[in-house]
Design a protein around this ligand. Structure first.
Ligand code: PLP
Length: 475
């Protein structure tokens, strides 16, 4: 619990400092109002009876210190940052440019290389479609991976419909791509390689610097979707030879509805804009920059930079605690994703002999996810899990065969999701507490044990029957 309390104190101190500076140019009543909004909201905390939050990959809580920085730009400094003829525009533009600088500093970029967008989805669309379409006269091929976020995969599919060729690289069982396969996939007509930095489902961290080096050597642009990585792991776009990079505000304790695309200036990367309009953001993203959100993203980046080391240690401690507690109390738990090249705030586990969605439903006091936020509504097995081979293994293993028996002989009725083991993503963040991790681990252990007690498969395992050796008859 100490982290939110600490943030609140810091936020309140910052407000006092801000008040001292801002009273000369603002209405005092308004400033007092900012304070009351922040203190009330954060002191009250979530209402009683709400599930605790362990879904940091879906989104993160807005840091109160970020909200503190944003508030004046909703009320007092409301000018359009693109208005060039009066002080309302100038003061907002100054704030937006400061934010641009804060984003650039976090990733070792030049301020001019940062383009504000509505989020990582838009960044990925601009990067993938924008580069492919701009260079289509000479090149018509792009390379990506099977485990990208849906917005990258769907952008690639849209390009295929326009006649582009796309190579979707498979990943190894640990979730990482094979660098030799990547190199072999790059052809003279390849314009772009797009590989995400940290996977949103299993947390694996791709070897970005090595991928960047290959792309630079082969004179191909390299885009990385770093929505789950920025502010959490150190990034230097120059050292890593990244040409385009997608950033999302709400994954780093900033506001929703804002993101930033890094676009390299030397060697220059050109993109075809997706939308027409006033030509803002170097012509790559027309539309008024939402100044309060940009200020929030900048503040979130500055905080992430100064607190990255602390956050990483704290989150690693919680993550290790969760994994150790669950795995030392439960057999047959699978950790999905590489155990070394991995961001510890994304713990992905599968529990054998626990069917379908039952555990997710049992853990109703914990907000966590089975798959990514955009696909979790579906009963489809995770395509990421399928890509690392986990569900495929199970589909061909005794578990599937036993499931057939359960379904046809014992006459249980299940949906198709039962054929696949589900993954459970425990997302740990800056505001997660050790008490929350303990609660989650204890409840997971309790419910997995209970659900296994109800499982005919588990009964057989307990009796020492090797399920692999059984020849099942299907009806
Ligand atoms: C890896 C990754 N890319 C892109 C996105 C989309 O981000 P946004 O919500 O900012 O559009 C997400 C969010 O779920 C993500 O995890």
């Amino acid at each position: 619990m100490f982290r939110p309390a600490r943030s609140l104190l810091v936020a309140l101190n910052r407000i006092k400092e801000c008040r001292a500076v801002q009273t000369s140019c603002q209405n005092l009543a308004e400033i007092t109002e900012y304070q009351s909004v922040i203190t009330d909201e954060y002191k009250r905390g979530p209402a009683e009876g709400r599930a605790l939050y362990l879904d940091a990959q879906a989104t993160t809580q807005l840091d109160p210190r970020v909200l503190d920085k944003m508030m004046p730009y909703f009320t007092s400094f409301y000018g359009n940052p693109h208005s060039r003829t009066h002080m309302y525009g100038w003061e907002t533009e100054t704030a937006v440019e400061l934010a641009r600088n804060q984003v650039a500093n976090l990733i070792g970029a030049d301020t001019k290389e940062i383009i504000f967008t509505s989020g990582a989805t838009e960044c990925n669309n601009i990067a993938v479609k924008g580069v492919a379409r701009f260079y289509k006269g000479k090149k018509n091929h792009i390379v990506t991976t099977q485990t990208e976020h849906k917005c990258v995969l769907d952008s690639c599919r849209a390009l295929q419909a326009e006649g582009f060729k796309v190579t979707y690289l498979p990943v190894k069982p640990n979730g990482l791509i094979d660098l030799n396969e990547l190199e072999a996939a790059i052809k003279p007509e390849t314009s772009l390689v797009s590989v995400m930095m940290v996977n949103n489902e299993i947390g694996v961290k791709q070897p970005i610097a090595e991928i960047g080096a290959i792309c630079r050597k082969r004179k191909v642009f390299f885009h990385t979707d770093a929505a789950q990585a920025v502010g959490k792991v150190p990034i230097d776009v120059n050292a890593m030879n990244i040409d385009l990079m997608s950033i999302s505000g709400h994954k780093i304790y900033g506001p929703k509805g804002i993101g930033a695309l890094y676009v390299r200036r030397r060697p220059r990367v050109r993109v075809e804009a997706l939308q027409s309009g006033g030509g803002q953001e170097r012509g790559m993203r027309s539309g008024t920059v939402p100044a309060p959100l940009a200020v929030g993203l900048g503040a979130a980046c500055e905080l992430a930079q100064s607190e990255m080391e602390y956050d990483h240690k704290y989150i690693t401690m919680l993550s290790n605690h969760l994994i150790k507690k669950i795995m030392s109390n439960l057999p047959h738990v699978i950790r999905n994703g590489d155990a070394v090249y991995w961001y510890p705030g994304c713990v992905n586990l599968s529990f054998a002999y626990v069917e379908g969605e039952s555990l997710l439903m049992a853990l109703k006091d914990v907000a966590l996810s089975s798959g990514s936020a955009c696909t979790s509504a579906s009963l489809e097995p995770s395509y990421v899990l399928r890509a690392i081979g986990a569900s495929e293994d199970l589909a061909h293993s005794s578990i599937r065969q036993v499931t057939f028996v359960v379904q046809y002989q014992i006459m249980y009725t299940y949906c198709s999701g039962v054929y696949f083991i589900r993954l459970y993503r425990f997302g740990i963040g800056r505001f997660t507490t050790i008490e929350e991790v303990d609660f989650t681990a204890e409840n997971t252990i309790r419910h997995v044990k209970r659900l296994r007690e109800m499982s005919p498969l588990w009964e057989m395992v307990e009796e020492g029957i090797d399920l692999q050796t059984i020849k099942w008859t299907q009806h």
